[in-house]
Design a protein around this ligand. Structure first.
Ligand code: NAG
Ligand code: NAG
Length: 363
């Protein structure tokens, strides 16, 4: 999971647009292959997130995001992103290194609280200039810029004001922020990811509590959280992320969402474990992908989560269905899955209990 502070992402992004010239883009490098093993229009690149590389967290008008707050409350044994890779100051050298490495694309995220320090309202001109320079430099080195709009870093001010993503107000503020990005950078940037690892953001932040904003409730959290509700908040947050994603208008280019995807294998070849494996796919990926493709959550998920999972109205469902040009996948490892029917008998349940499966690391 992406819970270590300075993790360089190796991920695969698959463009599955419904146009004929569907393209495939991979970030990261695999040693055993060379360029000729891939089609000429296959794009290689790498990626980062703002909080993990920029540093300069209170410089030139930037304010704290929920990730700053989380890091500063001691979750990483005292480490934080105050300086990180100092990318805010060293981006010119960094881009030269990217060019030397031969990257064809670079995916980076915009720090919302650098661009719009109060979460909504006035744009910070220094933040705007930084991202404009960054994009121009990438392009002048022949590297395609790919932007992620939200990578675990909602402005803290919105978390304080209305509870961040557990409130539907977040949807409206996100859309306004996305519109600023499209307006300012859309002339040069064609590839947009609305949320990085949307599923893990909802689970890590609101069920297990191991990532920002660190909410969970006993007995479900990986830590003892002081606030949160693991039984319902992950579902509510995912709902708002989907609504925000789908409402994000674009004039041109490609807009997609990024999900964390394990591969799953059944722990044994019993029918129970095979079915549990299917449930794991449905819960982790279908949670977002089924609404995006079919307009609603997977049936089994709705059945097991009951009233804890929100409903889409007809209009919302129509808007969400088909609202993506590509699906981004961050893939790190494979787990095996064991059926766990007894969790459905628990009086209070979270996402994992609703899934009725245990994920085991055996590879
Ligand atoms: C969390 O709280 C519960 C109940 O108070 C306690 O039994 C448990 O030991 C605590 N766990 C940690 C990791 O502090
Ligand atoms: C969603 O709709 C179903 C079917 O109409 C209903 O049973 C359920 O209570 C609704 N859930 C919520 C959270 O309102």
């Amino acid at each position: 999971m992406s819970n270590s502070l300075l993790l360089l992402f190796v991920f695969l992004l698959t463009v599955i647009g419904n146009n004929d010239n569907a393209r495939f883009i991979a970030y990261g490098v695999v040693d055993e292959y060379n360029r000729d093993d891939f089609p000429p229009d296959f794009v290689f690149g790498s990626g980062t997130s703002a909080y993990q590389v920029e540093g300069a967290v209170l410089e030139d008008g930037r304010t704290f995001s929920i990730w700053d707050t989380f890091a500063h409350s001691g979750h990483y044994n005292g480490a934080n992103g105050d300086v990180a890779c100092n990318g805010y100051h060293k981006y010119k050298e960094d881009i030269q290194l990217m060019a030397d490495t031969g990257l064809e694309a670079f995916r980076f995220s915009i720090s919302w609280s650098r661009l719009i320090p109060y979460g909504r309202g006035p744009v910070n001109l220094k933040g705007l200039q930084y991202y404009n320079d960054f994009i121009d430099k990438l392009i002048s080195h022949g590297i395609q810029p790919h932007i992620t709009l939200h990578h675990v870093d909602l402005p803290q001010i919105l978390e304080d004001e209305y509870g961040g993503w557990i409130s539907r107000k977040s949807v409206k503020d996100y859309i306004a922020y996305a519109d600023v990005c499209f307006r300012e950078f859309g002339d040069r940037v064609l590839h947009w990811t609305t949320f990085n690892e949307a599923n893990v953001f909802a689970l890590g932040g609101y069920d297990m509590g191991f990532s920002p904003p660190g909410r969970c409730s006993y007995p479900f959290g990986a830590i003892n959280c002081t606030k949160g509700d693991s039984t319902s908040e992950p579902y509510i947050v995912a709902h708002h992320l989907l609504l925000a994603h789908a409402s994000t208008a674009m004039q041109h280019g490609f807009v997609g969402i990024n999900l964390f995807a394990y591969w799953y294998e059944p722990y044994t070849n019993t029918i129970e474990d095979v079915k549990a494996t299917q449930r794991a796919h449905e819960f982790y990926v279908g949670w977002f992908l089924n609404p995006l493709v079919n307009g609603d959550y997977p049936e089994l998920m709705k059945k097991n989560a009951g009233d804890r999972i929100p409903n889409f109205t007809k209009t919302e469902s129509t808007r969400i269905k088909g609202s993506f040009d590509f699906l981004g996948i961050n893939h790190y490892s494979t787990l095996s899955v064991k059926d766990n029917p007894s969790s459905l008998e628990m009086e209070i349940r979270d996402f994992s209990a609703d899934m009725a499966a245990t994920l085991i690391c055996v590879f």
